[in-house]
Ligand binder design. Structure first.
Ligand code: NAD
Length: 354
């Protein structure tokens, strides 16, 4: 490749510095610049000797006669059209995928659902609260249309289900498949709840109910969808919503059954990831720290001291917001994480490493 051709391919400032360097080298040390030695006429080439200071003038590489001058507008002008697209690695897109989210009518599940549809997927929202799910599904479609007026709006369906009931889960998954061309590619399990109560006073039937939603609900949904993926011989990605409470014990509030349930969710993700790896099904766990949802906000508004105590233990010095889960969940559902399985991604502002 000749130097002028090469220089043409460099950006403006690179052209200047390369041309100066080449000229200086030719004057002081010709033996180390073989290209310039072999091309004796190069210094008198119209590509090189143009301006007084041996610097190319704007646009001169586009002309064969250096005497022709063109005046360009000021430096701040640009010939490039403006673009509203953000360059993003295509593997992060969820385009063409159908994702199911349990507990998607509210809180973290709802906001993760928003991130999922804005990344290109169709969505099935599963919740006990069908009414809320329908209202939010319409809002999600409207917000998508506003932000992406030229894109195909996502298909969002809603399905009532009690995730702790085997029959409810299997008829719900059948209903989702009927609504989405018999195809599910991803699952996010966000249905779950926490209660703060001393273990010695916690009635076992209430503990079982909590475990039923947090643990059985995750198990039932994951296995039902794994069976579907295996029958279809399709790859899939599952993201279980655990909690940092699955790895540490929160203070000062007592919540032993909840902490145990989230440890179970984390280890279910790890166990399934190994069991289903050969089937092409990835399973990962996101463990959020203290997130500011409508629910936690209400609790903390009533107890400002508790909020101070919590944030004092978070290295980032603040609680997370539901939006902080949009990127992590999209990454784990997408092909960008195709070699990530059995992982726990803690989204906790550094709480668990401090
Ligand atoms: N908010 C936090 O700070 C935080 C932190 C760590 C982990 N988490 C976990 O994130 C998940 C979501 O929490 P959130 O704060 O968004 O709660 P949320 O109460 O705002 O939302 C939970 C949703 O799950 C639904 N749900 C509850 N029981 C159900 C059942 N049996 N079947 C189907 N749907 C059911 C509810 O109707 C609700 O829409 C939970 O698993 C929670 O443990 C939350």
């Amino acid at each position: 490749m000749s130097l002028p051709t090469r220089a043409l391919r460099l950006s403006g400032s690179a052209v200047l510095s390369r041309t100066r360097t080449a000229a200086a080298a030719a004057r002081s040390a010709p033996s180390v610049v073989p290209f310039l030695n072999q091309n004796k006429n190069f210094h008198s080439s119209p590509y090189f000797l143009t301006s007084k200071a041996n610097q190319p003038s704007p646009g001169e590489f586009s002309r064969t006669d250096p005497k022709i001058k063109t005046t360009y507008p000021g430096d701040d002008s640009s010939e490039l059209p403006s673009s509203t697209l953000s360059p993003t690695l295509p593997s992060f897109s969820l385009q063409g995928k159908v994702v199911v989210i349990t507990g998607g009518a509210r809180g973290l599940g709802l906001v993760m659902g928003q991130g999922i549809v804005h990344s290109g997927a169709d969505l099935a929202i599963v919740d006990l609260n069908q009414e809320e799910a329908s209202v939010q599904a319409k809002e999600l479609v409207e917000s998508f249309k506003k932000m992406h007026p030229n894109a195909r709006p996502p298909k969002i369906t809603t399905h009532q289900c009690d995730v702790s009931s085997e029959t409810s889960v299997s008829s719900c998954v059948a209903d989702i498949l009927a609504s989405h061309n018999n195809k599910i590619d991803g699952l996010v399990t966000s249905a779950g709840f926490v209660e703060n109560m001393d273990a010695v006073n916690y009635p076992i039937d209430r503990v079982r109910k909590l475990w039923g939603v947090n643990v059985d609900g995750t198990y039932l949904f994951a296995t039902e969808i794994a069976r579907h993926l295996m029958e279809r011989k399709a790859k899939g990605s599952m993201v279980f919503i655990g909690s940092m409470s699955g790895a540490i014990v929160n203070v000062p509030q007592p919540q032993a059954p909840y902490n145990a349930s989230k440890a179970a969710v984390r280890h279910l993700a790890a166990s399934f990831s190994v069991e289903w790896a050969k089937a092409g099904i990835r399973v990962n766990c996101i463990s959020p720290g203290y997130m500011l949802t409508a629910l936690t906000k209400k609790i903390l508004d009533d107890k400002p001291d508790l909020k101070k105590q919590w944030t004092s233990l978070i290295p980032q010095g603040k609680m997370g917001s539901p939006e902080d889960l949009m990127g992590p969940v999209t990454f784990l559902l997408s092909d960008a994480s195709s070699y990530v399985t059995g992982a726990e991604l803690r989204v906790d502002g550094g709480y668990t490493v401090a």
